[in-house]
Design a protein around this ligand. Structure first.
Ligand code: SF4
Ligand code: SF4
Length: 438
């Protein structure tokens, strides 16, 4: 079986982003394979921990991808500050096509456009993907999963980081479909009775209060903050309130644009202009929203750059939605060219954490290898980019860990789904399959 088929049958999707099916990337021919270990979300350290403990498997997965895509070279992107993980990587890349790319500690170093430029020096065209410049990018955990698939192990566990105001901040493997409540129990609960939590990160994740949500193939981690934290208040505002405040308070200083990482790479993203659309809702939407089209929604403009504490990122999200609905695509007038001041405007992670008021919560999150088998899991049929898988099990059926429970055809964009525990199926719908542990 080809590596592409092995990856498809193991149900692997990108572990570090939206869950793009990895077998599609494995079927391309490229010049470079880039490992993304540039974790830049404040407080999350899962990529560091998995690399520190499983560098051998990650490099094995990367070598498999290099061979499958006929790449001439691999770049392993890792921040210089993560020296213990770097030392591990160095052990396994001697006499290989892989070169270590040490990165500075800034946000958003892990953005694909940034990482591809920092490692290969190639600039992805506007609206493009790494493949357009002969590159595939895989998160380090995805590469670990590829090495497991080669051994016949399907994707049933997710590596997560649980941190913030919890008793034992940690990283660990957890069966897919486990509730957030069980993750919180495992780390000893919170140190404060009133809390909120972010799923996937403060900058690009979402605020939640639902501990019954479950782990998917893309869950990076949970960050618990005190309920009175300024970020909790800020993120709980309604869109209407964000827009109303933005419309009256934005003074068009343009700091949001001047520090925008995409703007500094030469893409025509200008959030200060998008903010104008809040005041020109009937006549200006199409004009000003176009400047949101190439936004990565990294959040830097809203959570760092704006001196008025406004919501330019959220305005860009609305702008992008407007453009999608109207089928408008912004045509970049100039060629993509790095702004001469880009390096001088990189935002150090320490500075960002200070602005977010989370510096004191930047705990180590050591790897724990003893997460208990949950009594029950709820496995979603859509955890990835593409179509939902269709359940192929029935209530009362006994299943084994790793057994196929959700299917798509090989020519469709999507992913297979496997049981994450041994047990009995207790619920089947198009949305999810519930399995009770035996
Ligand atoms: S930084 Fe804030 S105040 Fe300045 S233009 Fe952007 S949104 Fe408006
Ligand atoms: S969220 Fe803001 S800073 Fe980030 S890419 Fe979009 S406009 Fe730029």
């Amino acid at each position: 079986m080809s590596l592409k088929d092995i990856i498809f049958h193991a149900g692997i999707v990108g572990a570090g982003g939206a869950g793009f099916p990895t077998h599609i990337k494995a079927s391309s021919k490229v010049d470079f394979v880039v490992a993304n270990g540039a974790e830049c979300e404040p407080l999350l350290h899962k990529d560091f921990e998995i690399t520190k403990h499983f560098a051998k498997e990650i490099i094995s997965g990367m070598n498999l991808m290099i061979a499958e895509t006929s790449a001439q070279k691999g770049y392993f992107g890792m921040k210089s500050k993560n020296q213990e993980a770097i030392d591990e990587v160095k052990k396994y890349i001697k006499n290989s096509k892989i070169e270590l790319s040490e990165l500075e500690d800034y946000y958003p170093a892990g953005d694909e456009y940034e990482l591809v430029y920092e490692t290969t020096k190639r600039l992805i065209p506007a609206h493009g993907i790494p493949l357009d410049v002969g590159t595939v990018v895989n998160n380090v955990e995805t590469l670990y999963n590829i090495s497991q698939a080669q051994k016949g192990i399907s994707l049933t566990e997710k590596f997560v980081c649980v941190t913030g105001i919890v008793k034992n901040p940690s990283t660990f493997f957890v069966p897919i479909g486990t509730t957030f409540r069980q993750l919180l129990d495992f780390v000893g609960g919170t140190t404060s009775r009133e809390y909120v939590f972010f799923v996937g990160g403060i900058m690009m994740g979402k605020l939640s209060d639902n501990l019954d949500e479950v782990v998917t193939k893309t869950t990076a981690g949970l960050i618990f903050l005190p309920a009175e934290h300024y970020l909790a208040n800020r993120m709980q505002r309604t869109t209407a309130d964000m827009n109303r405040i933005g419309k009256s308070a934005c003074d068009q200083c343009s700091y949001c644009t001047e520090f925008c990482p995409r703007y500094l790479m030469g893409y025509d993203v200008q959030p200060h202009k998008v903010m104008r659309s809040l005041g020109f809702t009937t006549s200006g939407n199409a004009i000003w929203n176009e400047y949101a089209d190439l936004c990565s929604t990294c959040g830097l403009c809203s959570l760092y750059s704006c001196p008025e504490d406004l919501y330019p990122r959220e305005a860009c999200v609305q702008g992008k939605e407007y453009l999608r609905n109207e089928k408008i695509k912004h045509i970049q007038p100039k060629e993509v060219k790095i702004h001469p001041i880009k390096n001088g405007r990189k935002v150090p992670l320490k500075k960002l954490m200070s602005k977010l008021n989370v510096t004191l919560l930047n705990y180590e999150t050591p790897f724990q290898n003893n997460f208990p088998i949950p009594k029950e899991v709820k496995i979603l049929m859509k955890q990835h980019v593409g179509i939902s898988a269709k359940p192929i099990v029935v209530i009362g059926q006994k299943v084994k860990k790793g057994e196929l429970i959700g299917k798509i055809d090989e020519n469709q964009l999507g992913s297979l789904i496997h049981s994450s525990i041994d047990g009995i199926v207790t619920h089947v719908s198009n949305e999810f399959v519930r399995i009770k542990s035996e």
